[in-house]
Design a protein around this ligand. Structure first.
Ligand code: PMP
Length: 401
């Protein structure tokens, strides 16, 4: 059965790609944008933009209102409970760095910061560097053959020294959902704070952060069909209250003197300087679009397309799939072929996939791989994209044989 995406025509880039013979299968890196977002950005700049939270004139009031409406929409989308629990950053990476600085004062020499072996550099390096700054120990939870955190090992490794647990919701390399329902209580029992990197997970299905039960959840607008330059940090009230300020400047300060200052609490105390105004307003438009979709149908489409992708790869004898992807993406290699050579031949045929270490060098080393090709799906992809991919793959494999 040939799968057709009913949402494809909502994304003008897909038709533009088709016109230039490009097949976009790299949405895990960044997603294409719906027309409603492009229109919202156009309106933002053509009707006039003003800085937010500062002036009282009409343009400022309009921009501030749209900006704060987007905060409410984000809170609604992830079940945050209140817009005051949403901090806008400039990306998921910045949100994780905010946490690594904001929580630094809670870490003493000899404490444990726990991450998993499959983390993206964005959810590894901030914690690695925090551990180095505070003489803490970075504990790496191993993963099993299915590409999930090994829960037996985690039970042994999370303990009374654990202060923070930071793990991904969905691996950007392995495509595996992580067992958060089992993992998070292990950290909570010991009073540790939990941080979920939802950069990939937030894009597939709709997730309720309060049901997940984490202290902090981070996601990225540009992967969720929104503008780039915007990230989101959600925190529980008690967790947010523990954050130390980290970036200093305009609008995050309640009162300032030459030698001292008093700062706002979250969210404004953590949004120093002019925020990405149009980006946040555009994200609001994207969230309106997403909220209007039948998310059950979207998930079913993504799942069927993923199954088709997996079946096609498994049918080719020279292909070795990395771990057991459950959704949205798959990483693989061809026996005896360097991933860069295969990627080159795919690129030449207009197939836009990613190859390399996918910002997870330690994971690749751990898996004994120099790299891998990653195919990743968005809600606008359909069987026609996969057919073009497989035709190009077969041609490339024939040339490399
Ligand atoms: N975590 C994961 C799992 C990711 O895939 C990415 C993006 N590649 C990030 C974090 C970083 O997100 P951003 O691009 O918004 O900084």
């Amino acid at each position: 059965m040939s799968l057709i995406s009913p949402w494809r025509s909502d994304f003008p880039a897909l038709a533009a790609f088709e016109a230039e013979n490009q097949t976009y299968l790299d949405s895990a890196a960044t997603a294409q944008k719906p027309l409603v977002l492009i229109d919202a950005l156009h309106a933002c700049y053509s009707y006039g933009i003003a800085n937010v939270h500062r002036a009282q004139h009409l343009p400022a009031e309009r921009s501030t209102q749209a900006f704060e409406a987007a905060r409410q929409k984000m809170a609604d989308w992830i079940g945050a409970g209140s817009p005051s629990r949403i901090v806008f950053t400039r990306g998921a990476t910045e949100a994780l760095n905010l946490l690594a600085y904001g929580l630094e004062h809670l870490i003493q020499p000899g404490d444990d910061i726990v991450v998993s072996a499959l983390e993206h550099h964005a959810n590894l390096l901030p914690w690695q560097q925090l551990a180095l700054r505070r003489q803490a120990r970075l504990v790496i939870l191993p993963i099993d053959d299915a590409g999930m955190v090994d829960l037996d090992a985690a039970r042994q490794m999370i303990g009374s020294r654990t202060r923070l647990l930071a793990v991904s919701q969905l691996s950007n390399v392995l495509g595996s959902w992580q067992p958060l329902a089992e993992l998070l209580p292990m950290a909570r029992t010991h009073g540790a704070l939990t941080i979920i990197d939802g950069a990939q997970g937030a894009v597939h299905g709709r997730h309720d952060v309060q049901k997940i039960g984490c202290d902090f959840y981070v996601l990225s607008s540009h992967k969720l069909y929104g503008p780039d330059g915007v990230g989101i940090l959600y925190g529980r009230n008690e967790a947010l209250n523990q954050l130390q300020h980290w970036q200093f400047g305009g609008e995050m300060v309640r009162a300032a003197d030459y030698h001292a200052a008093e700062f706002h609490s979250t969210p404004f105390g953590f949004e120093a300087g002019t925020p990405p105004i149009a980006g946040v307003i555009g994200l609001g438009a994207t969230l309106d679009y997403l909220a209007g979709l039948d998310m059950v149908a979207v998930s079913a489409h993504e799942q069927s397309l993923h199954a088709e992708l997996m079946a096609g790869l498994l049918a080719r004898k020279s292909i070795r799939i990395v771990a057991h992807p459950q959704t949205a993406l798959v990483s693989f290699n061809a026996i005896g072929v360097h991933h860069a050579d295969l990627s080159h031949l795919l690129t030449e045929q207009g197939i836009a996939v990613r190859s390399g270490t996918h910002c997870a060098m330690p994971l690749m080393k751990h898996l004994g791989l120099a790299g891998a090709i990653r195919v990743s799906l968005g809600l606008y992809n359909d069987s026609s994209d996969l057919q073009r991919f497989f035709t190009a793959l077969d041609q490339a494999l024939e040339l490399l044989a």
